[in-house]
Design a protein around this ligand. Structure first.
Ligand code: HEM
Length: 300
């Protein structure tokens, strides 16, 4: 979905597989070092050695992205985010974006937009497989609203429980579980001196499960996000971050996740494979390990 949105509808399957494959190999090779280097923390010699080994993967990602950007900008190409960026007037200079800037935009949108939603979907199906009541309520809502067809953007207001499932999933397993900021100047935070240049972490993983902020914080209870539920403390819930660098794809992500959930819930009831054990693993995003073995039961 993100591939088609960023590069255009005609660039589907193959291109997506190439980019996802290259990013996945990059992540496996980078391990925690990748996360630390993204956060701008010194990773030591081990991290430098890993970065050296990953150069080939980086070059492959760049080559795939450059090809996709060129195809998205070719005359007659389908509408896409990349084309919209090329057609928009740049505020300030009025200059067109350079090829390097396009590649960087494409990489950011792609990286920010594919695994975050994919992890959300994986966690949502896992949580639903452990909560038959919530799964039944989701199915009943989807059946009533969609009557067998795929969900569309216009259906979203009629799917409040699907939305609540996505929001509760993002609370329990925020795909980006920690946010790093660097202090531009010395400040005092909660009585502690933060020197200029220090890295300060905001940790949705902890905030979203804090006992002082949430009732039954470790329970999966989508109801807490339904309209009319008691208000929650401001800023206790930040899966998309806050402030000037807030996720630009938050609405897109919620919409695609709701559409997928509601559409699929009508036809399938995913069950965790017997004996499977699920652990959160934090790479670039918080994932249920490398695989999440589930059995798809087709609904009558
Ligand atoms: C459930 C899915 C998603 C989650 C949980 C999520 C979460 C986040 C978070 C927490 C940040 C801020 C990171 C920071 O401040 O350090 C961020 C930034 C960003 N996200 Fe998302 N995101 C999701 C989906 C998407 C999608 C689908 C797109 C694109 C269509 C997207 C595009 C971006 C971009 C471009 C930024 C950087 C914004 C900036 O720095 O100005 N995200 N996202």
């Amino acid at each position: 979905m993100i591939c088609r949105s960023v590069f255009g509808r005609t660039l589907g399957g193959d291109a997506a597989r190439q980019v996802v494959g290259a990013f996945a190999r990059y992540q496996r090779g980078s391990g925690v070092g990748g996360l630390l280097s993204l956060l701008g923390l010194p990773g030591g010699i081990g991290a430098r050695a890993r970065a050296w080994r990953l150069r080939g993967e980086v070059a492959r990602i760049h080559a795939v992205l450059d090809r996709l950007v060129a195809a998205a900008l070719a005359p007659g190409a389908a509408p896409s985010l990349i084309r919209a960026m090329a057609e928009a007037a740049l505020p300030g200079s009025g200059e067109p974006l350079s090829p390097l800037a396009f590649r960087n935009e494409a990489a950011t949108l792609f990286l920010a937009g594919h695994e975050t939603t994919a992890s959300t979907m994986a966690w949502a199906w896992f949580l639903l497989s452990q909560a038959p009541g919530a799964a039944a309520r989701l199915r009943a809502e989807a059946d009533a609203v969609l009557q067998g067809r795929a969900a569309r953007f216009e259906d979203l207001p009629a799917l409040p429980f699907a939305r609540a499932v996505v929001e509760e999933t993002l609370r329990l397993y925020p795909p980006i579980p920690l946010l790093a900021r660097q202090a531009q100047q010395e400040v005092e935070l909660a009585g502690r001196r933060v020197p200029k240049g220090a890295v300060v972490m905001a940790v949705p993983w902890l905030l979203h499960r804090h006992r002082a902020l949430w009732e039954q914080p470790d329970h999966f209870r989508p109801e807490r996000f339904l309209p009319g539920a008691p208000p929650r403390p401001r800023h206790a819930y930040i899966p998309f971050s806050l402030g000037p660098r807030v996720c630009t794809g938050a609405h897109f992500a919620l919409a695609e996740a709701m559409i997928c959930l509601a559409t699929l819930a009508q036809r399938f009831a995913p069950r965790l494979a017997p004996g499977a054990r699920v652990f959160p693993v934090c790479r670039l995003t918080l994932k249920p390990g490398e695989t999440l073995p589930m059995l798809l039961e087709r609904r009558a």
